[in-house]
Design a protein around this ligand. Structure first.
Ligand SMILES: Cc1cc2nc3c(=O)[nH]c(=O)nc-3n(C[C@H](O)[C@H](O)[C@H](O)COP(=O)(O)OP(=O)(O)OC[C@H]3O[C@@H](n4cnc5c(N)ncnc54)[C@H](O)[C@@H]3O)c2cc1C
Length: 422
């Protein structure tokens, strides 16, 4: 089968690598001069920053992405983070591990920050929700009904902000629960050796070694549709005919490329309503460890920063010798997109306070929204991989599977698409 793929982000590369291995003829068209989309490295003073992601694989070497990479024969090592995550909470001087008013506690001990009554309630909630996961409300509403405690809201916001770049009030409770369940089921986060580029390069190698073609600086102008079936793409005015078209650019942009097709009105309306998630990443270069381990540091008591990682504790090659790469992430809520500078300044202030007296510099501040967001479809709002056009499917973070966090959701969506093709 002849396959045309629009976009060489992780979704496009994963699908391309899977299909070339099944002996299909694959052409991937990417408008940029590089492949990898929001999942590759950019060099800054010898530090390996990225076009998007924080060099983290949410479910590490045991998750769906790692499985798919193994299945297609991509040569990349993903190392498990240890610990998975810690939470920085207010502390008194007599506490162990006290530093400037705070201490770090293991992620599993989040309940210690609640009142005694809520700790007892939490014990029962953990048991009952395992059997009957809650539905029908947002994560924040569920917390308000069951715990009504500001520390619980802060920890939930920090977790959702780091993991999904959303606030707990924007995440359906079922999505939040299945994400946490998956975190434990798959054994926690990991970092790929070589960072994001380690994964993108390994996939590009599989595609090329199996006869697939990666066309860079090649923007798809139109997806050809005849009698409700996709028949190819137009790039630089030239038609490429194909039996199957896979789009890695989200449902909305995909529907806009179907220029000469009367798409189902409900579909067009639905995809227009999909909201993406926005965020800010602040990259620090440090002459000493600022965190000291490879897990995520969640920061619920900061103004804006939701969490921070120090990936050089797993792959020192992501920084010049002896230095550390530290990345802080903060969600930007939809109503604050017009005040990005203020949001960034609050994030920088958080970091100044967290790392006062430490030897580091701010390397780069990157903001992500609109056409280059954190997630093209906010978690829990993905409309699936099918489109109303026959032989046209959407992959990537605009079509993640339920409970599939970030690139794990992309991998699950690609697996689902491959199943639909059988
Ligand atoms: C700040 C930040 C931190 C993140 N951290 C993590 C993390 O640590 N772990 C994690 O799992 N996820 C993380 N993510 C999410 C992750 O980076 C994305 O979900 C993932 O990279 C998206 O891949 P994709 O293939 O869906 O889309 P993209 O990477 O956007 O790829 C789409 C590609 O299509 C191309 N394109 C668009 N239009 C056309 C056209 N008409 N013709 C040809 N090409 C076109 C684009 O140039 C792009 O290269 C993070 C994201 C951000 C922004």
């Amino acid at each position: 089968m002849k396959v045309a793929i629009v976009g060489a982000g992780l979704g496009g590369l994963l699908t391309g690598a899977s299909l070339v291995r099944d002996n299909h003829e694959v052409d991937i068209f990417e408008r940029l001069p590089i492949y990898g989309g929001r999942f590759t490295n950019i060099d800054c003073k010898g530090f390996k920053l990225s076009t998007g992601a924080l060099h983290m694989v949410p479910h590490g070497p045991g998750g769906p992405l790692a499985k798919l990479l193994r299945d297609v024969g991509a040569d990349v090592e993903i190392v498990r983070c240890n610990p998975m995550a810690v939470i920085r909470v207010p502390a008194s001087r007599k506490d162990d591990n006290y530093y400037k008013g705070y201490k770090d506690i293991p992620f599993n001990n989040f309940g210690t920050q609640f009142s005694l009554w809520n700790r007892i309630k939490l014990f029962f909630l953990l048991a009952t929700t395992k059997r009957n996961p809650p539905t029908g409300v947002t994560f924040e509403e569920w917390i308000n009904r069951n715990l009504n405690e500001s520390n619980a809201r802060k920890i939930a916001d920090s977790f959702c902000g780091w993991a999904l770049s959303l606030r707990s009030k924007d995440v359906p409770v079922e999505e939040a629960f299945s994400i946490v369940r998956n975190l434990y089921q798959y054994g926690g986060t990991g970092v790929p050796i070589g960072g994001c580029k380690g994964i993108s390069d390994a996939l590009a190698d599989v595609i090329r070694e199996n006869g697939g073609k990666l066309h860079l600086k090649s923007e798809v102008e139109e997806i050809l549709v005849e009698n409700g079936t996709a028949t190819g793409v137009i790039v630089d005015g030239k038609e490429y005919l194909a039996d199957l078209v896979i789009s890695d650019i989200g449902h909305l942009q995909t529907s806009q490329l179907c220029k000469n097709s009367d798409l189902n009105e409900d579909y067009v309306k639905n995809v227009k309503d999909i909201k993406s998630s926005a965020g800010v990443k602040i990259c620090l270069g440090a002459n000493e460890p600022l965190i000291g381990h490879s897990g995520v540091l969640l920061t619920p008591f900061c103004r804006r920063v939701n969490g921070i990682n120090e990936v050089t504790n797993i792959d020192p090659g992501l920084a010049p010798p002896g230095k550390h790469l530290v990345m802080a992430h903060q969600c930007v809520s939809w109503d604050r997109l017009g005040n990005l500078e203020e949001e960034i300044n609050m994030g920088l202030k958080d970091l100044e306070e967290l790392f006062a007296g430490k030897d580091y510099e701010v390397l780069l501040v990157q903001s992500y929204h609109n056409g280059w967001p954190v997630n093209r479809a906010a978690s829990g709002s993905d409309p699936g991989n099918k489109t109303p056009v026959e032989n046209l499917f959407v992959v990537g973070d605009g079509a993640k599977e339920e409970g599939g966090i970030e690139i794990e959701g992309i991998a699950l969506g690609v697996m689902n698409t491959l199943k639909l093709l059988q």
